[in-house]
Structure formats: structure tokens, C-alpha cells
Design a protein around this ligand. Sequence first.
Ligand SMILES: O=C(O)[C@H](O)COP(=O)(O)O
Length: 248
Amino acid sequence: MTYRLVLLRHGESEWNAKNLFTGWVDVDLTAAGEAEARRGGELLKSRDVLPDVLHTSVLRRAIRTANITLDVADRHWVPVRRSWRLNERHYGALQGKDKKQTLAEFGEEQFMLWRRSYDTPPPPIDPGDEFAQTGDARYADLPPELLPATECLKDVLERFLPYWYDAIVPDLRLGRTVAVVAHGNSLRALVKHLDDVSDDAIAGLNIPTGVPLVYELDESLRPVSPGGEYLDPQAAAAAIEAVKNQGR
Ligand SMILES: O=C(O)[C@H](O)COP(=O)(O)O
């Protein structure tokens, strides 16, 4: 038996369009991002990849992408579960900063370390910063030690995996087609786990906005085809290049 998993990064957000580091700042989709979400739903419907359950983060750009995509695929009625554990990587003191300016100020090596390395987090955000999540109601029940001030990708994987094993895997084992609608870096963390990508090689992996990535998983929940299959490979390749070159 194989298990079907659909990964989808939210559509273009307002801060993606402005080239700002976003992290846990709760920005909305742009009109283009909404159109990407609709296209994602059309692709799922046309390829008969129909989610039976969906897991997403507690951030608007992912939640709205999930709602639009499900609606277009006529799957608006399936259960949706939300967790902070699927949030984008917390970008620390870089939240709200311009990517181009950050590259110019700190140079290529530091920029790439903060943006794409496995275990180098950006500087922590000050709790009083306008882009910090201090007092955010959605994290009120979170033990303080779990609320990040910054994260590297390793941190994201460590807080994602409990949800993967406790919430997503049981849905897969029931034979359900499971959609995970999340963020560029939380999905990079999951892909690293699924495809066993090395700590060095993960720096070269980028996830496009709005293009469904379908994995068929074997009994050990390992991909039958490493890397999965984008339902629109051409759109995915173009969007991946755009993500890779952000800030340049
Ligand atoms: O949080 C952000 O800034 C974006 O969603 C992801 O940004 P990145 O592709 O620069 O990591």
C-alpha cells in the first residue's frame, strides 16, 4: 500500500511581494497569491488528487491558501487542523527587514547562512519589537520555553516532527489523502525528513509558492519517488528560481 501526501506552500504573500523577511508575522496573501491558491485547487481537482484532510499553520497566508484551494477543488468540507508547529520558520530579528538590504549590509555568506543553512539561526528578536509575537493570543497556551525568538531549520524540524508523527502520520495510515498547506521553510524541514536530505544539501532546496507537490509514500513512509512530483513542473521550476533569487 502507498500513502498520498500533498505539500503546498501558501500563495504569494504581501511581504513576499515586498521582499521582506516574514517568519511568524501574520501577513495576508496578495491578489496574485490568491490566484496561485485557486490554481493549486484546479491542479488538485484536474489530477484527481483530492485531500481527505488538511493540516495547516496558524498564520493567515497558509490558512487562506488552504481555504481557497479546498474550495476550488470542491473539498471545502474536509476536516482542517491548524497548529503552530507548521508555522514558517521564525526569522528572529530579521522579521520585517528587507532581503536586498540585508544582503547588502551583511554580505553573501552571512545572508545565505541565515536564510538557508541548517543550524545557524538569525539573531533573536527583541520581545518589544513591532514584529515580535509577544502577547499574541494564538500562542497564549504555549509554554513560554516553546515560543521562539528565532529559529534555524533544525529548530523547525524539531518542533514539526512531533506533529508529523502524532497528527499527520495517523491520517496517512488510515489511507487518507493528506494535504499539508504551510510555508517555505516548514516545508523544507519536512522535505528534508522525507527525502533524508543532508544538512549541507538542504541549503540548495527551495519550495515554490502555490504549486502542489505530491508524494506517494511506502510502508515506511519513505517517498516512492524521491522529491515527489510537482503537479505543474514548469510553474514550479520558475517559482523555485524566483525564491532562490529573492534579495538579489
Ligand atoms: O518567512 C519568509 O520570509 C518567507 O516566507 C520565506 O523566506 P525565505 O525564502 O527567504 O526563507
